[in-house]
Design a protein around this ligand. Structure first.
Ligand code: NOJ
Length: 756
């Protein structure tokens, strides 16, 4: 009877569990068994405790006390990890204590925010996403991993994979934008870049963290650290897919988020962490809280005190406490008093030790600590070449009337305006703790390398009152127009005016929500004043999020979205402006016409009154502005042009599980070689849960010489055709599917097929 029951149960789970579980290495598991059998409860909970290092701070005041107190606690075996300790010398100092002065010699795992590079900085992640170039993105993460690893770090708190449609939220700069399909592909590329083949055979690969689990990109009003109230449809079909893809790719850690998800703080959310992530998806790495987020369950009004916070977090499945100071002082007693089951602690410790074993830290705790390697790798020439390549690919050409771009190589008088043009700091972006200030190649320096034109740089407007820092608010200049006249004079005398405007690099990122997406400070006025004297303007935007630039989009002939592109910014911008690189980027987030449209995304639902068929007011629209975005998701121009034709599907009707093959011809109809990202969007016309009007389900980058045509094939499988219904089941439903193919989410060619 027992056997029969067991068999039935196994059969049912085999049938219903469509989720692949991450694989365990039996040898490592045995070693963990032996080690854990020797550990006291104090040592176990110690593994679950993470302290900040001694200088850089990335959150509220750290709780671990002085350096001496932290050293003492490491000696007692009460610390499993440190964050933001960096450099071979510094890491060795703490690792030595853990390995040589504790009873069991368990090594620390050293975490760090390697978000868009370590010392050599890549473009901000949102910019990288604009490249739609998965290989380049993987390579960029690999460079970041190698520099961090060479500096003694074994684990990054990235990639961030929070989907967001709200450009007010400062952290959109850290993600891949608004779309879960693109976001999922990029998440996997980044995990691979950091982790390599997941064996960590090379000491230049580090464990990655998917963050922030979950729904942080949907915080109410885009207010930082706020509540996220989010329905099943959005949670399962928009928020979770990139995390699931990353887990399937072998991801080793997950970070919780600061927000609540439908009323439960994410660090105490048993459903998300234990039921979905660990059990359903079979994730066997470990979960780290975000900074102090376990403790913050108290002010949230979820946990009545520290004991309650510790209990909720460990039971929910938060394995390590980042800077909350909650587990060590409370969890040990809770277990000793029988108030928290030992098995929760054991599960957490096993996961943490597993990743330490996988990283090879038990074989050689000093394997990441080689001063020679540190010197050779960090800032190397090849790393700079990689980030330059990434930077060029991240630039999006938004407008280019009368082919004002590319600039001629000689004989032009160019005026360069705006203090961002000379900034060597802002282009480094927001997350760059290990990098030195003022180390980017500025746009001015980049342009100066082209000697054929007369380049006249006049600042004209100082962007900020003082130079901002990672820890302070950016204060924009709202009063000083004293440079306007000199700038106007320079503009008048020029053939082309390049204006570098936008946000300071520290204007986006954590805790940088804005309630206004216009060009900050006096920049709009500056732009309009210059336009009056010479409208032949190339506007180069530096920003960490979509901005509202409707005036510029109407008046300014050329607009180049250049984000914050990292160390090689100026070289990348100059090569694009001069046509040595033909821009190929496409927007990973919609640009709204005005703030009232935000949150906005291309993959919205239809509504019952989607079009104005009766020509009266009772339809889904805004009274004062078109409901479409200014620039849609997936949009971006090139110095050449492309034409799509001959869209074909291999059959009209398919059985479930069959592959759908879509082909289309793309022709370069312009005069220059260029790259195009061909995109396929899908609409499931009728479903048990309404589906978005379109969803990206395939993209392919193709390089074409002038006049050349290539045929692209997209393959759609159940993974692309299905969706999660409100019972959280992934289903492919029979019916008609429409496809749209083209160079943006406004894709023009359409066709359809049926699933029987
Ligand atoms: C808080 C941020 O939300 C998180 O992304 C980061 O990794 C930690 N601080 C550590 O710096």
């Amino acid at each position: 009877m027992k056997i029969k029951l067991l068999l039935t149960f196994t059969m049912i789970s085999a049938m219903t569990n469509i989720y692949a579980q991450q694989k365990l290495n039996p040898e490592i598991e045995k070693k963990i068994d032996v080690l854990m059998s020797k550990m006291t409860i104090e040592e176990k909970v110690g593994q679950m405790n993470q302290y900040n290092g001694f200088w850089d701070v990335t959150g509220p005041a750290p709780v671990g006390g002085t350096a001496e107190q932290k050293y003492e606690n490491i000696k007692k075996g009460l610390v499993g990890s440190m964050l933001t300790v960096r450099g071979v010398k510094e890491v060795k100092a703490v690792q030595k204590i853990a390995v040589e002065q504790t009873r069991l010699g368990i090594p620390l795992i050293i975490g760090f925010d390697v978000i868009h590079g370590y010392k050599t900085l890549s473009p901000i992640p949102l910019a990288e996403a604009a490249s739609w170039d998965l290989k380049a993105i993987e390579k960029s993460a690999e460079v970041a991993a190698s520099e961090a690893a060479a500096s003694g770090i074994n684990w990054t708190f990235g990639p961030m994979m929070d989907i967001s449609r709200d450009a007010r939220w400062g952290r959109v700069m850290e993600g891949a934008g608004e779309d879960p399909y693109l976001g999922g592909k990029i998440a996997v590329a980044r995990v691979r870049g950091f982790q390599g083949d997941n064996t960590f055979a090379s000491p230049l690969r580090i464990a990655a963290t998917a963050k922030h689990f979950a729904a942080y990109g949907f915080v109410g009003s885009a207010l930082e650290y706020n509540a996220a109230e989010i329905g099943t449809n959005t949670l399962y079909n928009q928020v979770l897919p990139p995390f699931k893809s990353a887990v399937d790719a072998g991801l080793r850690s997950v970070m919780t988020s600061f927000n609540t998800v439908n009323g439960i703080p994410a660090s105490g959310d048993k459903y998300l962490l234990r039921d979905v992530l660990k059990n359903k998806w079979g994730f066997n790495g470990f979960v780290i809280s975000d900074w102090a987020s376990i403790r913050e369950m108290i002010p949230w009004g979820y946990s009545k005190d520290e004991n309650a916070a510790a209990k909720s977090a460990v039971e929910a499945g938060t394995d390590m406490d980042m800077e909350g100071g909650i587990y060590v002082p409370y969890l040990i007693d809770l277990v000793n008093q029988g108030k928290v089951k030992q098995e929760f602690v054991d599960d957490a410790v096993r996961r943490i030790l597993r990743v330490k074993y996988e990283l090879g830290l038990f074989d050689d705790p000093y394997r990441f600590l080689d001063e020679k390697r540190e010197k050779e790798i960090i800032g190397s020439k090849t790393n700079r070449e990689t980030v330059l390549d990434m930077a060029k690919k991240s630039i999006v050409l938004l407008k280019n009337d009368q082919n004002i771009l590319p600039l001629k190589k000689s004989g032009q008088k160019i005026a360069l305006l705006g203090s961002l043009a000379e900034s060597k700091n802002s282009p480094l972006g927001s997350w760059r703790i290990a990098s030195d200030n003022n180390t980017a190649v500025s746009v001015l320096e980049g342009l100066q390398q082209y000697k054929g034109n007369a380049l006249n740089y006049v600042k004209g407007l100082e962007l900020t009152k003082t130079e901002p820092t990672f820890l302070t608010e950016v204060e924009y200049n709202t009063t000083d127009k004293s440079g306007f006249e000199a700038a106007k004079k320079a503009a008048k005398e020029a053939d082309v005016v390049i204006m570098v405007l936008g946000e300071h690099g520290f204007s986006s990122g954590e805790a940088r929500t804005r309630t206004n997406l216009d060009l900050p400070g006096l920049q709009q006025e500056f732009l309009e004043e210059i336009y009056k004297v010479n409208p032949n303007i190339v506007l180069v935007l530096n920003n960490g999020r979509p901005l509202t630039i409707s005036w510029a989009a109407e008046k300014i002939p050329a607009i180049v979205e250049a984000w914050q592109l990292g160390t090689e910014t100026g070289n990348a911008v100059a090569q694009v402006l001069y046509g040595d690189y033909n821009p190929s980027g496409k927007l990973p987030m919609s640009f709204p016409r005005n703030l009232g449209q935000v949150p906005i995304s291309y993959n919205h639902y239809s509504t019952g009154r989607f079009t104005n068929k009766d020509n009266n007011v009772f339809w889904s629209h805004y009274s004062d502005v078109d409901k479409t975005p200014l620039y849609p998701f997936g949009y971006g121009l090139s110095y050449t042009t492309f034409e799509y034709s001959n869209l074909k599907i291999n059959k009209n009707s398919f059985a479930k599980g069959e592959k759908v093959e879509v082909t289309v011809n793309v022709k370069n109809t312009g005069k220059l070689t260029g790259k195009e990202v061909a995109q396929l969007y899908l609409h499931d016309e009728f479903a048990s849960v309404v589906r978005p009007v379109k969803e990206l389900k395939g993209f392919e980058m193709v390089e074409l010489k002038a006049g050349e045509t290539k045929t692209i094939t997209f393959t759609l499988t159940d993974a692309e055709l299905g969706f999660y219904n409100n019972q959280h089941e992934f289903v492919v439903e029979p019916g008609t599917f429409k496809i749209m193919v083209g160079g943006s989410s406004d894709a023009g060619l359409t066709s359809q097929f049926d699933i029987k």
